[in-house]
Design a protein around this ligand. Sequence first.
Ligand SMILES: Nc1ncnc2c1ncn2[C@@H]1O[C@H](COP(=O)(O)OP(=O)(O)OP(=O)(O)O)[C@@H](O)[C@H]1O
Length: 259
Amino acid sequence: MLKSVTGAHPIVETRGLVKTFGDVRACAGIDLTVHPGEIVGLLGPSGSGKSTLLRHLNGLTRPDSGYVTVLGVDAASASGRRLRGLRRRVGVVFQQFNLVGRLTVLENVLSGALGRVRGPRYGIVTWPRAVRAEAFEHLDRVGLADRAYQRAGSLSGGQQQRVAIARALLQRPELMLADEPVASLDPETAGSVMDLLVRVCREDGLTMVCTLHQIELALQWTRRVVGLRHGEIRLDEPTHLLDAVRLRGLYLSDPVTVP
Ligand SMILES: Nc1ncnc2c1ncn2[C@@H]1O[C@H](COP(=O)(O)OP(=O)(O)OP(=O)(O)O)[C@@H](O)[C@H]1O
């Protein structure tokens, strides 16, 4: 395993990662190293392999060949207890929030601790007091402590994503994966949710890998952009060296070759 200049082991390391679906090469030999504390945006046109790559990072998808190491665990072959152990250390935020709408906001957040607090839980009071206090702390951080007892399904999209972020934080993750976390939100809400996501990751020293569709959000909120096209990395640079024109190039169609 490679070490960074600071001597710390990478959080994510893939080498020669290949994943095909029929004759589609979703990942066509990806080498990616992510170091502790990085905030990485994955960009690229629809179908370029962003989500497939992300899904390899918590063992939801297994590569056809190549290797994937996440937090020192071989995510390509881990199963059972080892895979569950890895997933506990990886928080995930989805485009569609994935909350249980009929449960309260607090219950949704508490479910983030299911991996580390044993036993079935029926209702809020069956959770240890310390975990409830921690859930409230995270709700406070995302600005929704006053909504704790409201049904999650009754919140706006932006609020639901804030709850999902609080749930992921209660997991005490070491790596945060976000799959198009703001794609379902209006531009203003999208900006405020990205602001929150990046802020909490920075505050907690978390590494984040986040797929995005909006170039402007990637330029504003990430520190490094990895650009994919046809399952290959076509660009990998610190965000401050990039601009919208270069990033738009990722989305332009390949030149047609005339026989
Ligand atoms: N489970 C699957 N079965 C079949 N094909 C799949 C599957 N998952 C992904 N693919 C295909 O792999 C390619 C890459 O898909 P992927 O979802 O990773 O792209 P993406 O860059 O995340 O796209 P989008 O931005 O639209 O979400 C696409 O052609 C997609 O149709």
